[in-house]
Design a binder for this molecule. Structure first.
Ligand code: GLA
Length: 372
């Protein structure tokens, strides 16, 4: 016979078990960061400066991400401002932080037309340097920078943004191109591969999902692949907005580039609340510069779509990196309209998760899949 005592004991046990189960689930969920939700999909990264790796920002970074990209510290202008001068301090600090905390590092960037010091392109008499000299300097630069971080930086954005934006313009006009012709592109990859044969080497660009530019990028990548140049992946910067790209543009893009046998990484993700207008320098009258409810909704929907496409391409995409940690400070507060506040990331100015964050992690991760 079931006694009252026995029943009470059973009910108590069931209640305790339920409470314990719930609190465990809650504790696990709370301890989860982006990197945990996506552990069987791709690495989750963020662009950082030496300020980001201090205090509350550092704690957030470590909780949510498992990869970093130095925002500026490894660019030629910062790390190699004069022929005989390397500034290693900031890059060293960021790399040691990553090593201490078990984070991966994406190196950024070895050859770019911006943030490049003038001396590279001048000879001893101050005139334009010739191809031989410029390529020799590029080689020395890459050898020293990649060599220093060998085994600590697993992937490099070797060449950044060489494809032209204008219709019909294949390569962007730059001193690299003017002096060396297209050859500097393949050379940069070869130098990087010689300096660290184990590093993954990427070409990185923006608007790389817009059909016209995409075709030009594809053409260049195909040439590199056909010529057996050591290139392993394409970086889609992902400076997007609540208006673009569409799901189908994104799908087509990932399919196209990965058909070349290249892995895809999203290298500089943010979702602006404004339309992408490169030449705009002043605010548009009447445009809100706050995250209104309507904009917040549009942004979370865009993030939701983007990440659901990313998950479809689990095999092709190996990393997703955000360009800055939180809305407290983003390059989009300065560009293209100086002083126009933007809110493009998943954490707000107080470092709290935004609604868009909840959407990004609102899926059933298969926790039995191996961690990538
Ligand atoms: C490009 C570069 C980045 C960064 C952004 C703007 O996308 O690749 O390094 O400078 O512009 O912040």
């Amino acid at each position: 016979m079931i006694t009252k005592k026995f029943l009470t004991a059973i009910v108590t046990i069931v209640l305790i078990a339920a409470f314990y189960g719930c609190s465990r689930k809650y504790a696990t969920k709370n301890a989860f960061g982006l990197k945990d939700y996506y552990s069987s999909y791709f690495k989750m990264g963020v662009a950082v400066s030496p300020q980001t790796i201090r205090g509350a920002q550092a704690a957030l970074l470590i909780k949510e991400f498992n990869s970093i990209t130095p925002e500026n510290a490894m660019k030629m202008q910062s790390i190699h401002p004069r022929e005989n001068q390397y500034n290693w301090a900031d890059a060293d600090t960021l790399v040691s932080f990553a090593v201490r905390n078990g984070l991966k590092v994406r190196g950024h960037t070895l050859c770019w037309h911006e943030q490049v010091p003038g001396w590279i392109f001048k000879n001893g008499t101050g005139e334009k340097a010739d191809k031989l000299l410029v390529l020799k300097r590029l080689k020395d630069h890459i050898n020293n920078v990649v060599g220093r971080y060998k085994g600590k930086v697993y992937a490099w954005d070797v060449v950044n943004e060489v494809i032209g934006d204008e219709e019909g313009q294949y390569l962007r006009p730059s001193l690299w191109n003017e002096i060396c012709g297209e050859e500097f592109i393949s050379r940069a990859f070869e130098y990087a591969h010689q300096a660290d044969p184990d590093a993954l080497l990427f070409y990185n660009d923006y608007n790389s999902e817009r059909p016209e530019k995409r075709e030009k990028i594809y053409k260049m990548l195909k040439k590199l692949v056909d010529n057996k140049v050591p290139i392993h992946g394409i970086g889609l910067q992902g400076h997007w907005s609540i208006y673009e790209p569409s799901d189908s543009e994104l799908r087509e893009t990932i399919k196209l580039y990965s058909s070349l046998g290249l892995q895809v990484q999203i290298t500089e993700l943010d979702v602006s609340i404004y339309k992408w207008e490169k030449n705009l320098r002043k605010k548009i009258p009447g445009e809100p510069d706050s995250l209104t409810r309507q904009l917040e909704k549009k942004q979370l929907e865009k993030y939701d779509r983007i990440f659901s496409v990313f998950r479809e391409f689990n095999k092709e995409i190996t990393s997703v990196t955000f360009w800055n940690l939180s809305d407290r400070s983003t390059w989009l507060d300065r560009y293209p309209v100086p002083g126009r506040k933007n809110f493009p990331l998943l954490f707000d100015s107080n470092l709290q998760r935004k609604k868009a964050y909840q959407r990004v992690v609102d899926f059933k991760p298969d926790l039995n899949q191996p961690v990538k």
